[in-house]
Structures are given as structure tokens and as C-alpha cells.
Design a protein. Structure first.
Length: 252
């Protein structure tokens, strides 16, 4: 039974990784062509693999929670793959993804060369890890498991960032709403808006006229196609009506 559970979990993990690498990325990003497994020189290869791995591990954890509720699979298999996927996610969230975020910012966004980007990214990454390791000084959790410490520290950072963003949104949204009502509209703004309205209205009218012409042409083609059929049906009906009249006159 344990071997069967392991085969099922491995198949699910591989299937989710394949779906994430082939379909989900294309649904999230328009005109996105996922790199092949052998295209190691593609700059999107590593981010694509990280995205697929994160998605597969997250979905597997969700399935493990569901299987725990409905009592699917064995307790040993559930615990084993729960720890395995949790380790993968913590490694990605704490170590790998932050490094690539720094590197992408310097090398792709700023356009720096590869070596300076790698050096500065590594320095900032080490500073981030040091600050991340100091979070345990403000907690009373006594544990030696790096998984529990990682979850606690990630939770503290996540809750802090969410609180900051929520507070900023609560203050910023009413201010922007109030400022939009207070804004004075100049004559130039009115002229620009009127010009944009007239241009949009003319485009809509042109599209409507084009659509009507296309519809009339399509109706004309349909009527031409129906004429031979109608002519044939009229001839057949006239023949039968003529034979009926001759039969009627003969009987009379």
C-alpha cells in the first residue's frame, strides 16, 4: 500500500509540474511561449522551472490537506510528502526566489552586466539572509526544526508586509478619491476630452457602416445561392400543379 501511495504521489507531482509548465503559464501571460526542457540557454528557463515547481508543490500541499480530511492514503505517505513539499517551498521562498529577484532587477530591469549583477545580488542576498536569521530574537518559540523557524519568519514578514500595504491602501485611497473631486478641469482638458469623444464616435460610426455593408453583401450572396433552389422548386411545383389540373379536367 505504501508503494502504491508513493507512485500516486509522484505521478501527481509530475503531472502538476507538467500542467504548470505547459498550460498555466500560457493562461497567465499572453503570447507566452514556454521554453523546452532542453533550452538551458533561454533566459526564461530558470524562472519558468521555478514557477512550475512552486505551483506543483503548492497544489500538492492542497491535495494533501484534502486527503487528510477524507482519509485518503496512509499517514506515513501523507506526512512524508507533506514534509518534502514544505521543504521545497521554504527553500524556494527563503533562498532561491529572493536571489533571482535581486538578479532580475539588476541584470534585466537595470540592464547591468552579468558579473556585476551576480556580485551585487549575492551581497544583498547575504544581507537579507542575515536579517532574516535575526527574526528569531523577537520570538519565544523554542525549536530546532528549521522548517518551523522558516514558517514563523516567513509568516512574520508576510504579515508585516500585508499590514503595511493595507494601511497604505486605507490612507491612500480616500485621499486620491477626495483629490479627484477637488481637481480643477481646465479648458485644455475639456478640449482634449471632447476631441477624444468625437474621434471615438467617428470610429464607432465607421465600424457600424462597414458592418452594415458586410451584412448586406452577405445577404446578397445568400439570396443568389437560394435562387437556383427556388427556381427548381417552382418548376417542380408547376409540373405537379399542371398534372393535377389535367387529371381534374379528364375526370370531368
Amino acid at each position: 500500500m505504501a508503494a502504491l501511495d508513493n507512485i500516486i504521489f509522484i505521478s501527481i507531482q509530475i503531472g502538476l509540474f507538467t500542467i504548470g509548465s505547459k498550460k498555466v503559464a500560457q493562461l497567465l501571460f499572453n503570447d507566452y511561449q514556454p521554453p523546452k526542457l532542453t533550452q538551458f540557454n533561454n533566459p526564461l528557463y530558470i524562472p519558468h522551472v521555478l514557477f512550475s515547481l512552486t505551483l506543483s508543490s503548492s497544489c500538492t500541499l492542497f491535495l494533501l490537506v484534502f486527503s487528510e480530511i477524507v482519509h485518503l492514503f496512509s499517514n506515513t505517505a501523507r506526512s512524508q510528502y507533506w514534509k518534502f513539499n514544505l521543504d521545497i517551498l521554504l527553500l524556494l521562498v527563503i533562498l532561491i526566489i529572493p536571489w533571482f529577484q535581486f538578479y532580475a532587477f539588476f541584470h534585466i530591469t537595470r540592464g547591468w552586466r552579468q558579473k556585476p549583477s551576480i556580485y551585487l545580488t549575492t551581497i544583498l542576498w547575504m544581507i537579507y539572509l542575515y536579517l532574516f536569521s535575526q527574526i528569531n530574537q523577537y520570538t519565544t518559540l523554542v525549536t530546532t526544526s528549521w522548517i518551523e523557524l522558516g514558517i514563523v519568519r516567513v509568516s512574520i514578514i508576510g504579515i508585516t508586509l500585508i499590514s503595511i500595504l493595507s494601511g497604505f491602501g486605507v490612507v491612500n485611497t480616500p485621499f486620491n478619491t477626495w483629490y479627484s473631486y477637488k481637481r480643477k478641469v481646465s479648458e485644455q482638458d475639456y478640449v482634449v476630452a471632447e476631441h477624444a469623444y468625437r474621434q471615438t464616435d467617428s470610429i464607432i460610426k465607421e465600424k457600424r457602416a462597414l458592418l452594415e455593408r458586410m451584412q448586406s453583401q452577405q445577404d446578397g450572396l445568400d439570396s443568389r445561392k437560394d435562387k437556383p433552389v427556388k427556381g427548381f422548386l417552382n418548376k417542380v411545383s408547376s409540373v405537379f400543379s399542371g398534372s393535377d389540373q389535367s387529371d381534374f379536367s379528364f375526370t370531368n
